[in-house]
Ligand binder design. Structure first.
Ligand code: AP5
Ligand code: MG
Length: 253
């Protein structure tokens, strides 16, 4: 068997030393061969502003899997003025959830894309029990399952502060924080040079509603995935690089 990335046939240890992601990796105490690379299906759980997007981008870059954010997909649709964007905006501006039927169809289309064959990191989906059940049903059809549900744990009192300091790029969607992750030039995206703005749903009154919706509808997913034995809790109040190191430890233990 060979490493899908470099064709290395030297075995487990040399392959890991060479590309650190393809072929065989130790997962839950066992070496497992992943044809075509590193197959990991990861869900990010946590309150709005817990750092799901920040960490999901770092995970995606390290393991070479796509970062799929339903919030980003909706915001792109709003920017392009699509019908989906128009419908989603009505809910998002109030801090409410977009109806399950709109989200599930959208995400199933996304999974069908070729870049998902080695896994993905899901950020903002599932967000309700029916969404989680729809995801499980789709995975079971292919003999697959969620590997990890990473719960980025941040208490409510830290959240409003994080959200009011967040700035999002109107061009590429990159996110910053005016104190904890400031751009090099104030108000300008380091990556694409476009303007940085405060998201409409990051205003304090909307954030409070999003937190309520989170506790009512999304937090029960922690129990749902506990039952499947895939939840890993990470302290999200640490510095972002420390949060990331804790997640990597979980994924590579
Ligand atoms: P979405 O975009 O998913 O928003 P969210 O879950 O509310 O989460 P956020 O993106 O606000 O926060 P995050 O956890 O990604 O934090 P971030 O890394 O940016 O969804 C928006 C809306 O779309 C929903 O309200 C809903 O209406 C709709 N929607 C989306 N998916 C849906 C679904 N499946 N079903 C139904 N409706 C759906 O970090 C936050 C800030 O903190 C940043 O400024 C960051 O720089 C900073 N930060 C991050 N980590 C740290 C750290 N460790 N220390 C200090 N600062 C940090
Ligand atoms: Mg996000």
């Amino acid at each position: 068997m060979s490493c899908a990335r470099y064709g290395c046939r030297a075995g487990i240890v040399p392959c890991i030393q060479r590309c650190n992601r393809a072929a065989e990796r130790k997962v839950r105490g066992q070496y497992i061969l992943f044809e075509g690379g590193y197959v990991m299906k990861i869900i990010m759980l946590g309150a709005p502003g817990a750092g799901k997007g920040t960490q999901a981008k770092m995970i995606a870059a390290k393991y070479d899997i796509p970062h799929i954010s339903t919030g980003d997909i909706f915001r792109a649709n709003i920017k392009e003025g699509t019908e989906l964007g128009r419908k989603a905006k009505e809910y998002m501006d109030q801090g409410a959830l977009v109806p399950d039927e709109l989200v599930v169809d959208l995400i199933m289309d996304r999974f069908a894309k070729d870049d998902c064959k080695n896994g993905y990191v899901l950020d903002g989906f599932p967000r309700t029990i029916p969404q989680a059940e729809a995801l499980d049903a789709a995975l079971v059809k292919n003999g697959e399952k969620v590997d990890y549900a990473i719960n980025v744990d941040v208490p409510d009192e830290n959240i409003v502060n994080r959200m009011s300091g967040r700035r999002a790029c109107v061009g590429c969607g990159a996110t910053y924080h005016i104190v904890y992750n400031a751009p090099k030039v104030e108000g300008v995206c380091d990556t694409c040079g476009e303007k940085l703005i405060l998201r409409d749903d990051d205003k304090p009154e909307t954030v409070l509603n999003r937190l309520k919706v989170y506790h009512d509808q999304t937090q029960p997913l922690i129990d749902y995935y506990e039952k499947a034995g895939v939840v890993r809790n990470v302290d999200g109040t640490q510095d972002m690089n420390d949060v990331f190191n804790a997640i990597v430890d979980v994924l590579e233990q």
